[in-house]
Design a protein around this ligand. Structure first.
Ligand SMILES: [Zn+2]
Ligand SMILES: [Zn+2]
Length: 471
């Protein structure tokens, strides 16, 4: 009886046009809402779970709504390698292949400390069969112990509309099955829609960086646009060859967030490899993470890092270097040479620490022109991180007074760096946070006269707590 009854829509939702229903679903889909679609910021999974619940509720309203809403449930999938859950998403996709076309983002997480169980014989059989169909099976088949390690590679090959892969590099021992597929199928094997790749690692006991893993994904992603590393980058002195001589011309952004490059020779060869094989990058971003071995600046002072970026001098549009968490960032050799940044002629966005541009620590009596001398003419947005006690506050005042000749500058965002711990979210804006010796209102007025909006962000701490140190 119940089944024969016409569906009734209690909320009147079904009277809405299809496009509006899709917009409602997209508003609940974290994947559709993200602008960058790369990385896993704190709270990401809690947020995703809550939104997913909303989409599930919509699916339950009516059949029509389920048809509209269900794809959004699979836009972003998580493959988590933990006992009892090692293959659930894989299993679902194998048995309902139509779902694979909905998947646009794949997050892969592995906690090696929890991986104590092996897949069941049935699971191993299923994995081997799928790998064979996808031309990914090694000649001797997959060993039981290792088969679930490669499940996410099968997922990459199974989902033709995949745009984003977020992978914990520890998950992937290599050599890879995707590589095998590439050898067998050539160009047919590539993931043509993959635009964003983020390599991260959650394991503080990390052994470092595996270049062959990066190479595999680069080789199978000819449309790659955004590459992000959030990890410890070291191979104990070995040089890298991630690109194997092939440039990725589609690559637009390289973000190295919370990265560590503790090894001198290796860090340099890593950056050279990256930049020489990505001739069209527009955006470069580097920030370092608290670690006992950080001190990136000790072996690679900022001018040296800029030296690596020299080939991109006239093409780079956005540059941000944040070394505020590096204990050595105040060393004199970190200060950029006079006017060097100005020679990056196409920069529209620039983010810098005061320790990288202010020459007053070495030359206290010079005029406060450190900033004015560096700013390229096309700059639109300047983000500055200034230490509480820094002489660079004077440089900022000078820019406010005489910055009128910069025709495109519209916004300056300033963040105070404090040596004390702070509770606030460092990305929170709008709060008025400047050291007591700085007259923030006056500064705002100075900039305003030249048509530039000055904003202050909540302070960021360079204080190194025990919890921030991974030894
Ligand atoms: Zn979505
Ligand atoms: Zn200065």
């Amino acid at each position: 009886m119940t089944a024969a009854m016409p569906e009734k829509d209690p909320m009147g939702l079904l009277d809405l046009p299809l496009e509006i229903l899709k917009m409602i679903c997209a508003a609940l889909c974290l994947h559709c809402q993200e602008t960058e679609n790369v990385g896993m910021p704190p709270g990401y999974f809690e947020h995703d779970r809550a939104n997913r619940q909303g989409v599930i509720s919509l699916c339950r309203v009516s059949k029509t709504l389920r048809v509209v809403a269900q794809p959004f449930l699979y836009h972003s999938v998580l493959y988590q390698w933990i006992p009892g859950d090692s293959s659930s998403i894989f299993h679902t996709i194998i048995h309902r292949p139509a779902l694979a076309e909905w998947v646009k983002k794949l997050d892969v997480i592995c906690d090696v400390r929890k991986c104590t169980q092996f897949p069941s014989p049935e699971e191993v059989k299923e994995i081997n069969e799928t790998a064979k169909q996808l031309c990914m099976l090694p000649t001797n088949g997959l060993e039981k112990e290792r088969s679930s390690w490669f499940l996410f590679e099968l997922l990459i090959a199974l989902c033709p509309c995949l745009e984003t892969v977020n992978v914990d590099i520890q998950t992937w021992p290599g050599p890879s099955m995707l590589e095998r597929r590439k050898e067998e199928l050539g160009q047919q094997a590539v993931t043509t829609k993959l635009k964003n790749i983020c390599f991260h690692e959650n394991n503080p006991l990390s052994m470092g960086f595996n270049a062959s893993v990066v190479t595999t994904l680069l080789r199978s992603s000819p449309k790659l646009q955004h590459l992000k590393f959030a990890m410890f980058i070291s191979t104990h002195g070995h040089s890298v060859n991630m690109f194997q001589g092939k440039s990725v011309r589609t690559l637009r952004t390289i973000h190295m967030e919370d990265c560590d490059m503790p090894d001198k020779r290796y860090s340099r060869s890593f950056l050279t490899d990256l930049i020489t094989h990505a001739p069209n990058i527009k955006s470069f971003w580097y920030s370092c993470y608290f670690r006992s071995s950080t001190q990136v600046t000790r072996h690679m002072p900022f001018p040296r890092m800029l030296g690596f970026l020299e080939p991109l001098k006239h093409s780079l549009v956005s540059l941000d270097i944040d070394l505020t968490r590096d204990e050595d960032s105040k060393r004199a050799e970190n200060v950029v040479n006079r006017g060097l940044l100005k020679s990056f002629t196409n920069l529209e966005k620039l983010g810098l620490d005061d320790t990288l541009f202010c020459m007053h620590r070495a030359e206290p009596t010079r005029d406060p022109t450190c900033l004015i001398e560096q700013i390229p003419l096309k700059l639109k947005l300047l983000t500055l991180r200034i230490h509480e006690d820094s002489p660079a506050w004077e440089d900022l005042t000078m820019l406010g007074k005489y910055g009128g000749w910069l025709p495109n500058l519209r916004t300056v965002v300033v963040q105070t760096i404090t040596s004390h711990p702070v509770d606030q979210d460092p990305d929170e804006e709008g709060t008025f946070e400047v050291p007591s010796h700085v007259n923030g209102e006056h500064l705002k007025e100075l900039f305003n006269r030249n048509g530039v909006q000055l904003r202050f962000k909540a302070p960021k701490s360079s204080y190194k707590e025990e919890g921030n140190t991974l030894v």
